[in-house]
Write a protein that binds this ligand. Structure first.
Ligand code: SF4
Ligand code: SF4
Ligand code: SF4
Length: 355
């Protein structure tokens, strides 16, 4: 019989090898979740167990939950791609691009598909904070990309155990969508003590080329190197490989992301998914004209939610032009190839070290 793995193995095989995506899946599934046994240390940007504690024997939910131990299998789905804009002026003004994520969530809340949405808000210093939004005002507070990691899956436990919700939407990066897929599939097999898988009704994935270490991007690069007061920032946006930093209508900075490559998290360098293939719907800004969001519907349920948002007038949409679709496919391919190449590079380096 195969020996059961535990947090020690997760640490050795994933965290210390620079593969951790900081999705929060292991924390949310920890058997001793109620005791705060496993948590994310944001200064170190890694999951840690309480000092001096030992895991109970025969556990290991965290290990089997991790999408970086073994990727979940991708199920066949749809690929309907649209250019979308919110019809709500307040949402369009507050949000990035077309405001599609916020409007799809607002529609799902209004339609009682979900009772709350796990999103990520800025804590005032652009440090991501996982929150449960229950209405349009809460959704608007969480709008916009942060580009630094948030262990979003920990919000599932907060939504269920603290807010008492039964039906929630999860918005996150592709790695978080994959982590949730593992929760769904592996959680049941391993009789996970905290299998929240039936409570997440809607998954919205966000296109992602990578996240950056908070201290390096916000403190070292923006604050020290570029002299920007991060409390003044109202919006960050990466578009066509350029980071734009705004304070209201004023653009404080426009700089190519190649300048920030060294700040990218190691776990992102091995990532192969650009759009969030494990989501019901994914949203980004590639391929659409300015002021519009790019939306990919992946599942039948995602299609229902999307069509209902259209029918109720929360969004306007049109199928994306071929040039936009081609660009998305190109970036999907490039990210997959880059992730595989980085894994190969690390493998080779390890083998050379062992010689
Ligand atoms: S799930 Fe089990 S093995 Fe993993 S950290 Fe929690 S107690 Fe330890
Ligand atoms: S990738 Fe996610 S599940 Fe795996 S160790 Fe990192 S935070 Fe935990
Ligand atoms: S690049 Fe991959 S691992 Fe990094 S945040 Fe994006 S989806 Fe997650």
């Amino acid at each position: 019989m195969e020996e059961k793995r535990d947090f020690g193995d997760l640490k050795r095989e994933v965290i210390e090898k620079g593969k951790c995506a900081l999705c929060g899946g292991c924390v949310a599934t920890c058997r001793l979740l109620d005791y705060g046994y496993l948590s994310v240390d944001f200064s170190e940007e890694r999951p840690v167990i309480k000092e001096g504690q030992q895991c109970p024997p025969d556990c290991g939910y965290c290990y089997y939950q991790c999408p970086r131990v073994e990727k979940p299998a991708l199920r066949e789905g749809l690929e309907e791609i649209y250019e979308v804009a919110s019809t709500d002026e307040e949402i369009r003004k507050a949000c990035q691009d077309g405001g599609a994520v916020t409007s799809l969530l607002a529609s799902a809340l209004a339609d009682a598909v979900v009772e709350g949405c796990i999103t990520v808000a800025d804590n005032g210093e652009w440090k991501p904070e996982v929150r449960v939004a229950m209405d349009k005002a809460g959704l608007i507070k969480s709008a916009g990309s942060k580009y630094t990691p948030a262990a979003t899956l920990t919000g599932i436990a907060d939504a269920l155990l603290d807010a008492g919700l039964w039906s929630i939407a999860l918005v996150g990066t592709p790695c978080q969508m994959a982590a949730y897929e593992k929760m769904l599939v592996v959680g049941r097999d391993t009789h996970n003590a905290h299998n929240f898988s039936s409570n997440v009704r809607l998954r919205i994935g966000l296109f992602c080329k990578g996240t950056y270490s908070y201290d390096k991007l916000m403190k070292e690069y923006l604050e020290r190197k570029r002299g920007i007061n991060i409390r003044e920032i109202t919006k960050l946006n990466i578009s066509e490989d350029v980071l734009h930093v705004y304070a209201g209508d004023k653009e404080l900075l426009s700089a190519g992301i190649d300048e920030m490559e060294d700040y990218k998290r190691d776990g992102c360098k091995v990532c192969e998914d650009f759009v969030g293939l494990f989501s019901d719907i994914s949203v980004g800004n590639v391929g659409s004209p300015e002021g519009k969001s790019s939306v990919i519907v992946h599942t039948d349920f995602g299609k229902e939610v999307f069509e209902s948002a259209l029918e109720w007038g929360f969004i306007e949409a049109k199928p994306m032009d071929k040039s936009g679709v081609d660009l998305i496919h190109k970036l999907m391919k490039e990210k997959k190839e880059a992730g595989i190449a980085e894994k190969e590079r690390r493998k080779k380096k390890l083998m050379e070290q062992m010689k």
